[in-house]
Design a protein around this ligand. Sequence first.
Ligand code: KIV
Ligand code: ZN
Length: 441
Amino acid sequence: MSDRDQVRIFDTTLRDGEQSPGCSMNFAEKRRLAHQLERLGVDIIEAGFPISSDGDFQAVQAVTQEVRRPVIAALARCCQDDIERAWQAVKSAARPRIHTFLATSDIHLLHKLRISRRECLERARDSVRLAKSLCEDVEFSPEDATRSDTDFLCEVLEAVIDAGATTINIPDTVGYAVPEEYAELIRTLRQQVRGIAKVTISAHCHNDLGLAVANSLAAVSAGVRQVECTINGIGERAGNASLEELVMAMRVRPDRYPYKTAVVSEQLFPASQLLTEITGVPVQPNKAIIGQNAFAHEAGIHQDGMIKNALTYEIMTPQSVGVPFTRLVLGKHSGRHALRLRCEKLGFQLDRYELDLVYRLFLALADRVKVIDDYSVLDLVRQVRIAGASAQRSSTEAGSNVDIDPRSPAHPSPGGDPLLASRLIPTRNETEQQEDYLWGV
Ligand code: KIV
Ligand code: ZN
C-alpha cells in the first residue's frame, strides 16, 4: 500500500463531540483525553473552538503544549476575531492547524447568515487568506455542503484553494446524505474543482439517519483521505461518525477498504472507557466494537461455536480493540494485585488509595456473586472515581481539605448498599494508616 492509501484520522471528540448534550469537558478533562488520543494514534486532534470561551481557549493552548505528535486544530468561523483567537490558541503547537468554516447552502445563507452567495464566497476566500497569513496548515469547511448547490460549492472551493487552503472538508452537517449520493458528490468535486488535486479532501458526517460511518466509508472509496470522527460517535444531535467503527471497518475488511490508518486499535476500548468516565455518558450495550455486548455470547449455539473456534461468531478479536478478554476469573479469592492488573488492562491506572476503595467494594460484591466480570470491575472503578470527584468538588466548594467522605450520599455503595459502603470505605488518611497490613494482600 502506498501513502496514497493512507487515511488520516481527524478526531473531533474535543470539539464537535463536546457539543453534544452532557458531553462538555473542562480544562483538565480535555487534557486527559487529548493524551489518550495521542496514544490512540490519531493524526489530527481538533482540540476546541477557542473563541467560544476562555476555558476552551486555555484547554486548546494546554493541549498544544503537552501533546506534540498529532496536528492540533482549532475551529474558527469565517471572521477575523475567530481566526486570530484560534491562531493564538494553536500557534505553539508542534503542528498547528486553523480550521475555518462557513455555510454554503441557500437554507443557511438565507435564514441563518442572511448574506448572498457572492458575500459568502468573498468571506470564505478572505478568511482562508487571513488564516494562511498566520498558519501554513489551513482547513476549510463549507458547512451544510451536502445541501448546497453543487456549482456554487465548486466555485467556493476553487476560491479557498486559491487562497491557500490545504484541506477541504465536506460536511454532511445535518446527516441528510446517503452513501451513494455522498460518494457521488466527492467524485464530482474531484472532477470539477480546479486545484483540488493538490489538497486533502475530508469527510465529516453526522448520524441523523444512522449513516455517518457508511457515508464516510463511501467517501473514502471515492477519494477522501481524511475522515472526521469522534470516540463513541458522540457529537451534535445523533452524533458524528464513530472513530472505532470507521477504523475497524477498514482493518477488518481490507478487501473492500484497502486503506490504512495510524490508529493503534488496542487503544480503542481504553479511549472509549476514558471518555465515558469523563462525561458520565454511557455507551449503548450493543454499540459496535466497544459496547458491553460487542463480544458477549449468550445463546447456547453461539457459545458452542465459540468454544470450538472463535471465528464462528467473531470477526475480530476483543484484544485487537483493547477489550480485555481474560480467562483469569476474578472472585473472592483474588488479591488486589490481580485486581490492579485488571483495572490497568481496562484502561485505569489507580493510585493506592483508589485501588483500596475499589478492592473493598470488590470483596463485598464477591461475597454475593461467584464471578466478577470486567464490566462489574469497571462499574466499581467508576463508583469510586465519581465519589472521589464529587467529594473533591464539595471539599473545594467548602474550602476545606477533606477527602472522600465515606458517609456522603454520593459515596459508592457495593451493589447499592450505602451503609455497607460507609463501613467499608475509609478516608484517604485512614487508608494510609492501614496501608501496611492491607497492601500485600
Ligand atoms: O457539522 C459541521 O458542519 C461542522 C463544521 C464546523 C465542520 O461541524
Ligand atoms: Zn459537525
